[in-house]
Design a protein around this ligand. Structure first.
Ligand SMILES: Nc1nc2c(ncn2[C@@H]2O[C@H](COP(=O)(O)OP(=O)(O)OP(=O)(O)O)[C@@H](O)[C@H]2O)c(=O)[nH]1
Ligand SMILES: [Mg+2]
Length: 459
């Protein structure tokens, strides 16, 4: 236990946020519970030294506030809701300005996300506000995939932040953080129940973003219907396991107002940029033939509650929740997907170096396995080709032998024929010679007989 027994701790939040979100979250008193010094206890092991005078580190909160004010803040709101539900009007009303934006046509082929960033300044505080709109949401006949582009958009912003974090040279202090801090989900003032599209979309988004459901154009519902509608929506969200953002109640300065406001969700809002004179004051209102709805009158709608909760009380918590809950989940899943882990199978701490080496070994092992497989496949192919070639060679040899034999037979036949023809020719030649001899003898006999006859005649 520290000599003081009581230690005041100023909690700054996540280190990755320092320089970016630098607000003092909590000044809390922590009492160390160990009666004897425990070496593992941070507070027991820290040696307490009594100060004999004012040193000045109690100005740390002021230093942080000054630094963050100089740096400025950023806040990103995603407005999800069907076309024409009053998203742009509500944004204009919330920030008391006129953001540009044209009404959307109902003939969009799919849902697109359109983002606009504005630099706002109030007193000496600068706010970089990004408003993202879901263009064409709920306009398609088949709305099955409507949530996909929203989920993709949110993940893309997380991925961009993760990539920045993983860089060797990080510039997170000047990085424009585009992660969505609050999702205003606009519910149509049907007075019935939530549409399937609303339930599916909210369910898909609840682990990625802080959802604040609001009933849009709530001047269209009567007071008694509105109470029932709110109860119905809340019970449907609970029964479908949709986690909406709860205003935090752990900080006692805002615990009471936040817990009361949690009971008012979903806020029933009315938006208008039109100013009407009520009494001697100009107020923002919507005028109808039967009366006027004042936007900032808490008896008329919950607009003021929404503004209080979203901008004045919980803006920082929304930013913190985005970083510590939603981004952390995305980051964890992504790193696990990439093979990083904090502990080994025996639950022993596993350093980044070890993870890298394990991953490298795994990769090298896989590479070797692939190489071996390829080698085996190559050998197999060569063997197959060799066998094919041998078979072809054998067939060729057989064909050659067959042809050779055929040729020899043919040759023998021809030789036999030649021999018989030669014999025939010889026989013919002998016969011819004999015939010629006979003919010569006959002629000789004939001429000697003629000569004898001529001699006898002369005689
Ligand atoms: N009754 C009523 N009408 C409203 C309210 N807010 C806005 N409107 C009207 O609804 C119409 C559409 O408002 P927008 O703010 O353009 O709606 P949006 O959701 O931005 O529309 P897209 O951007 O086209 O999707 C306008 O005529 C607004 O005056 C409201 O709270 N109550
Ligand atoms: Mg709009």
């Amino acid at each position: 236990m520290t000599p003081f027994g009581l230690l005041t701790v100023v909690w700054f939040g996540n280190v990755a946020h320092v320089g970016q979100i630098v607000t003092v979250y909590l000044v809390q008193s922590i009492r160390c519970s160990h009666s004897l010094t425990s070496p593992s206890c941070l507070f027991c092991s820290a040696r307490g030294v009594p100060l004999s005078g004012h040193v000045g580190f109690d100005s740390m909160p002021d230093q942080l506030v000054n630094k963050s004010v100089n740096h400025g803040f950023c806040f990103n709101i995603l407005c999800v809701g069907e076309t024409g539900l009053g998203k742009s009007t509500l944004m204009d009303t919330l920030f008391n300005t006129k953001f540009e934006g044209e009404p959307t046509q109902h003939n969009q082929p799919g849902v697109q996300l359109k983002s606009n960033t504005y630099e706002l300044q109030e007193s000496n505080v600068r706010l970089k506000l990004t408003v993202v709109n879901t263009v064409g949401f709920g306009d398609q006949i088949n709305k099955e995939d409507s949530y996909k582009s929203i989920v993709e958009f949110i993940d893309t912003q997380f991925e961009a932040y993760l990539q920045e974090e993983l860089k060797i040279k990080r510039t997170l202090h000047s990085y424009h953080d585009t992660r969505i801090h609050a999702c205003l989900y606009f519910i149509a003032p049907t007075g019935h129940s939530l549409k399937s599209l609303d339930l599916v979309t909210m369910k898909k988004l609840d682990s990625k973003v802080n959802i604040i459901p609001i009933i849009a154009k709530s001047d269209a519902i009567s007071k008694s219907e509105l109470t029932k509608f709110k109860i119905k929506i809340t019970s449907e969200l609970v029964s479908n396991g949709v986690q909406i953002y709860q205003f935090p109640t752990d900080d006692e300065t805002v615990a009471e107002i936040n817990s009361t406001m949690n009971g008012h969700l979903p806020f029933a809002v009315v938006g208008s940029t039109e100013e009407v004179k009520i009494g001697n004051k100009m107020v923002r209102a919507r005028q109808y033939p039967w009366g006027t709805v004042q936007v900032e009158n808490e008896n008329h709608c919950d607009f003021v509650k929404l503004r209080e909760m979203l901008i004045r009380v919980n803006m920082e918590d929304l930013r913190e929740q985005t970083h510590t809950r939603h981004y952390e989940l995305y980051r964890r899943c992504k790193l696990e997907e990439m093979g990083f882990k904090d502990t080994d199978p025996d639950s022993k701490p596993f350093s980044l170096q070890e993870t890298y080496e394990a991953k490298r070994n795994e990769f090298m092992g896989e590479l070797q396995k692939k190489e071996e497989e390829m080698r085996q496949m190559f050998v197999q192919r060569v063997k197959e080709k060799e066998a094919e070639l041998k078979e072809a060679e054998k067939e060729l040899h057989e064909k050659f032998d067959r042809l050779k034999k055929l040729h020899q037979d043919e040759k023998k036949k021809l030789e036999d024929k030649k021999k018989s023809l030669d014999d025939e020719l010889n026989g013919f030649k002998q016969k011819k010679t004999a015939a010629e001899l006979l003919q010569a003898q006959t002629q000789q006999a004939g001429s000697s007989a003629t000569l004898k006859k001529d001699k006898e005649r002369k005689k």
